[in-house]
Design a binder for this molecule. Structure first.
Ligand SMILES: [Zn+2]
Length: 277
């Protein structure tokens, strides 16, 4: 365990945290390969935090090419216990219009051909971790409390549909996702969340809606530039939220005293990997 209170995974539009002080850089290298970007560790509001750009600091790694296993393992190897992921998403139901910020509570995974698990190697033990609630309830509550404290509107639910990308979805695919119960559509929510659970990390997501996706607006498709523009307009609010959340983040707990069920997700299971001590 380290004294890092929280790791933040920055998605599209968030490649660094400029306000981070006394930054040290760790070039991660893991048993699953190299992560997308170096980990920047520094102080924000007096708390030690870590930051990693999911797509690389120059946005060079496509959603289906991200080494999710290496990214999460790298944070685990640093002794980090809590991870907050930031995701730019499309909204596909009425409550999720452009610039809505949400802390999703469920996931449906439509991705394929990615390395979805740490149990990929032939002959390795197979992990069947509980994933009924894919996000950490305590971390979700922390974020929602932090939003309330700064009077920031935030939607406290949402089903995140993770698509393969990098192409956008067809109208029929979005219609199906709505029928399935998805509110949000993005390309990076999985297998990130599942691998975090396989590593017994507390993990949750803050999703920023950048557009209403195909089949919701009659207007049709949005460009990547439009997505970035909307994201940039939401960025100040997001930064305030992060600051508020980090300021209230409790000190990390060691494995023995951790109360959260995420930290217990590997109890009693035979692991296909050795965990850092
Ligand atoms: Zn947790």
């Amino acid at each position: 365990m380290s004294d890092i209170a929280l790791a933040i995974i920055g998605g599209t539009g968030l490649y660094q945290i400029a306000a981070l002080e006394n930054v040290e850089t760790r070039e991660g290298d893991t048993v699953y390969g190299k992560p997308s970007a170096p980990v920047r560790i520094g102080y924000l509001g007096g708390k030690k935090i870590a930051f990693m750009a999911r797509h690389g600091e120059g946005h060079s790694v496509a959603p289906h090419k991200v080494n999710y296993r290496a990214n999460m393992r790298c944070l685990k190897d640093l002794g980090i216990t809590k991870v907050l992921a930031i995701n730019a998403v499309g909204g596909i139901t009425d409550a999720f219009g452009p610039r809505v910020v949400s802390v999703p509570d469920q996931i449906i995974d439509y991705t394929y051909g990615r390395l979805h698990s740490l149990s990929e190697e032939p002959g390795s033990e197979v992990l069947h971790v509980d994933f009924t609630e894919p996000y950490c309830a305590k971390l979700r509550a922390n974020i929602l409390r932090a939003a309330k404290k700064i009077e920031m509107p935030i939607v406290d639910f949402g089903c995140y549909g993770a698509t393969q990308g990098p192409r956008l979805e067809t109208r029929a695919e979005i219609t199906r996702m709505r029928r399935d119960g998805c509110d949000l559509v993005g390309m990076t929510g999985m297998p990130e969340a599942a691998i975090a659970r396989e590593l017994a990390l507390c993990f949750t997501t803050v999703a920023l809606v950048t557009d209403h996706d195909a089949g919701v607006d009659a207007g049709g498709a949005v460009t990547h530039e439009e997505v970035l523009q909307v994201f940039a307009r939401s960025l100040e609010g997001l930064k305030s939220l992060l600051k508020s959340a980090i300021g209230a983040m409790p000190a990390p707990e060691d494995d023995e005293s951790a109360l959260c069920s995420c930290r217990r997700s590997l109890d009693g299971l035979r692991l296909p990997f050795a965990l850092p001590r």
